[in-house]
Design a protein around this ligand. Structure first.
Ligand SMILES: [Zn+2]
Length: 68
């Protein structure tokens, strides 16, 4: 079992929206975090350290992977 280190995933800060960079929206599903959120990890981008937040305990399934 190989678990990808967060830093390997969190390398696309430039692709996030400003709301995601500012911890307003989830960085995985772009859903507004509101009261529920957890720190996913931190990534350095252009000399700045971004703390990325995702839904807690996890992203709503209906908003992950799309709905068919
Ligand atoms: Zn989410």
């Amino acid at each position: 079992m190989v678990t990808a280190p967060p830093t390997a995933i969190l390398t696309h800060v430039e692709r996030l929206t400003s709301r995601q960079q500012m911890a307003v929206d989830c960085v995985r599903c772009a859903r507004r975090l509101g009261m529920a959120g957890q720190v996913w990890g931190e990534v350095r981008h252009r000399g700045l350290l971004f703390r990325l937040w995702i839904c807690a305990p996890e992203c709503p399934p209906s908003l992950v992977g799309g709905v068919t």
